[in-house]
Write a protein that binds this ligand. Structure first.
Ligand code: APR
Ligand code: ZN
Ligand code: ZN
Length: 361
């Protein structure tokens, strides 16, 4: 029988979000209903509300979430009721051309629930990133549930479902940061800080944090930055070169998503170094670079989608490292809030006051 729960929807372009009654169907074949325990507030939720992703209003927001599986539909074998899971927005399909080439972290055909959650009047909702977890319960594809050690705090675990995984993965998966590498991270919000934590985990010798906000640089140091550069007053490229014997960093991670910071990343890396773009640009942005420099500087220019993560491989490992005290995921939770506080949390996020606000249920 379908259930009624409270959830936060974005009703229309730039309209304030509001708490509504959401109708959650029983799970069908391959689906699961998850009782949400915590869900982080991410920029992507704000972009949905602003109409920046698509026009499929109303949206059921929220996608950085952890909770307990309540029920599963026919044919579900990987998770069972009672399992503590992190929700992911890449449920690997196993059949697309990326999966068939053995690169499932690029899966081009990720699964979501087939049935729709609705408002009480039957209006179908579009769940953010196929998740919709600013709700007491949500319906997802079972493959979107990744089991992890249940002794972790749900507020911490949920963040791995999106931004923090994107940042850690940009360093360890896409950037292949290794022992002894020098790394620079441009933009130290939740994603950039996660890239810093990931670089430390991977054994980077020098980790240079670059931001235009001193508050962000202070947090970056706590997460593992060995050097900081405030690029509001200083030329980022020159500063990074100076800190790396005049050469530039082996890996530069761009976690802002703007042409000018990408350009800094491009010139702040050593010859044959790697640039990783994990910040998400807007469609109007253009990049202009001398092609001779693209050739002459060699190396690789990569983009990182969701940290090129494989949830089944990466989530349990990172939670275990956190529980062992080797990865401080707790530092990413700036505050815990209630479901009714999301509009105010968007405001704080916009002003750069928080790394992540997390709704606890
Ligand atoms: N140079 C350096 N740092 C900058 C600049 C700049 N020109 N402009 C902004 N920043 C810094 C901000 O001060 C902030 O600390 O970049 C950081 C961005 O952080 P957040 O706004 O908290 O965003 P975050 O959640 O980390 O996401 C970063 O990744 O997933 C994408 O959509 C997301 O594009 C966004 C990026
Ligand atoms: Zn997100
Ligand atoms: Zn696939």
């Amino acid at each position: 029988m379908a259930q009624e729960v409270r959830g936060v929807i974005a009703p229309g372009k730039n309209e304030p979000v509001r708490v509504e009654t959401i109708v959650v169907p029983d799970p069908g074949p391959g689906e699961a209903v998850v009782k949400i325990q915590a869900c982080g507030v991410c920029h992507t939720d704000l972009h949905y509300k602003q109409g920046g992703i698509n026009d499929d209003f109303p949206f059921l927001l929220g996608h950085e979430a952890a909770g307990v599986v309540e029920s599963v539909g026919a044919g579900v074998t990987d998770v069972a009721p009672g399992d503590f899971v992190i929700l992911n927005w890449r449920a690997v399909c196993g059949q697309c051309r990326a999966c068939l080439r053995g690169r499932p972290w690029y899966c081009f055909d990720t699964h979501n629930a087939k049935q729709k959650m609705t408002l009480k009047d039957g209006t179908e909702l579009s769940p953010a990133l196929g998740i919709g977890a600013f709700a007491e319960k949500t319906l997802v594809a079972a493959g979107q549930c990744t089991k992890v050690d249940p002794s972790v705090s749900p507020a911490v675990a949920g963040l791995l479902g999106c931004g923090v995984m994107a940042g850690i993965g940009a360093a360890i998966n896409t950037g292949n940061v290794g022992r002894g590498d020098t790394v620079a991270v441009i933009g130290c919000g939740g994603v950039g800080d996660a890239a810093i934590a990931g670089s430390r985990l991977a054994g980077a010798a020098k980790i240079i944090a670059v931001d235009i906000d001193d508050r962000k640089l202070a947090t970056a140091e706590k997460l593992g930055a060995t050097h900081t550069v405030n690029s509001r007053n200083t030329d980022a490229v020159e500063a990074i070169r100076e800190l790396t014997g005049g050469f530039g960093a082996d890996v530069v991670i761009e976690a802002v998503g703007r042409p000018e910071t990408y350009q800094q990343a491009f010139y702040a890396r050593d010859l044959a170094g790697t640039v990783v773009l994990v910040g998400v640009p807007t469609p109007d942005m253009k990049l202009e670079l001398p092609l001779i420099d693209v050739f002459g500087r060699g190396g690789s220019l990569k983009s990182s989608w969701y940290g090129d993560c494989l949830p089944s491989r990466d989530f349990p490992m990172l939670i275990d490292l956190h529980l062992q005290g080797r990865l401080d995921l707790g530092a990413f939770v700036s505050e815990t809030i209630a479901l009714d506080d999301i509009e105010a949390a968007f405001e704080r996020m916009h002003h750069g006051d928080v790394l992540r606000s997390v709704v606890e249920f």
